[in-house]
Design a protein around this ligand. Structure first.
Ligand SMILES: [Zn+2]
Length: 296
């Protein structure tokens, strides 16, 4: 056997496989499968049943629409139609940019995906080396899916609060849910918590995933210092709720680690009560007690 020849053959096959797969990705199929997967995970944890029971909401699973050419968003939830729309055009553009600029980097076997607005925070994900593009697309779509699903949950809670004056903490929750910044903050927090759960418990069953919030928490520590300046800038101000939700969730994941699943209902309750003020308080608390979080 010629070892070198074998290696070359192996490499050529690998390249061919990659090239073929870059062009043959079926986005519709991936979007549909991530939509199903997201609800399967929520089902498995009983999250929707829990919220239905505790907050007495009448929740109907949103329909999925795949849009060919809407360039304005990756995903959007329509309240009036109870529909999640995913835009293929935006996703394609995003993934291509991500690959072009190599917006992912590697730390301790885990690849990080750089998809936040201001590019200072990183989302961990595992790359299937045979098809990098597919791995990125899947990670990105399931994140978007969890985010939009939370918007639909928030909307069901808001509906219920408006109808029923006897719900616990109604006035407080109504203020939170009607405030402009909070919906994106909450959806981002949920997206990140669920994504970590999915990554570590469902996809790779690798507890190493729980170390990945730490570099983000360090970035969040600096971010929170700059928040007043960011909020003075009209453009940057828009992204602050997303980033705060992201930072809050990374702290939650780091604090619970492998007991995330066991405490998931408590975490969900906290997200239901989450507003900007609480998120900032939690982030500042851990900024000052970082050692406890990292080594406690
Ligand atoms: Zn959103």
């Amino acid at each position: 056997m010629n070892y070198l020849l074998d290696k070359i053959k192996e490499y050529v096959n690998y390249l061919l496989y990659n090239v073929k797969n870059v062009f043959s990705l079926n986005l519709n199929e991936i979007i549909e499968s991530e939509y199903k997967k997201a609800f399967e995970i929520l089902d498995k944890l009983g999250i929707i049943e829990y919220i239905k029971r505790e907050y007495k909401i009448d929740y109907k699973i949103p329909e999925l629409e795949i849009s060919k050419d809407n360039p304005k968003f990756f995903g959007e939830y329509s309240k009036s139609e109870n529909k999640i729309t995913i835009s293929k055009k935006s996703i394609k553009r995003k993934i291509n940019n991500e690959l072009k600029s190599l917006g992912y980097k590697e730390i301790k076997d885990l690849k990080y995906l750089n998809i936040s607005y201001n590019s200072i925070f990183l989302y961990p994900f595992y790359i299937n080396d045979k098809n990098i593009r597919k791995s990125i697309v899947e990670a990105f779509i399931i994140l978007t899916m969890f985010h939009e699903i939370w918007h639909s949950i928030d909307y069901s809670i808001l509906n219920r609060l408006e109808e029923d004056p006897n719900i616990k903490d109604r006035d407080y929750l109504l203020i939170i849910l009607n405030s402009f910044d909070n919906p994106e903050l909450r959806a981002s927090a949920f997206e990140v918590v669920m994504y970590y759960y999915y990554l570590v418990n469902n996809l790779y069953k690798d507890k190493k995933g729980y170390i990945t919030p730490y570099p983000n928490i360090l970035a969040c520590r600096n971010y929170i210092e700059k928040i007043d300046i960011l909020e003075k800038n009209e453009y940057m101000k828009r992204t602050v709720p997303y980033d705060l939700g992201f930072c809050y969730a990374n702290i939650i994941v780091a604090a619970y680690k492998s007991s995330l699943e066991k405490n998931i209902y408590r975490i969900i309750d906290n997200i239901i009560y989450l507003d900007k003020e609480i998120a900032v308080k939690v982030i500042k608390h851990y900024r000052d007690n970082l050692d406890k979080l990292l080594y406690g």
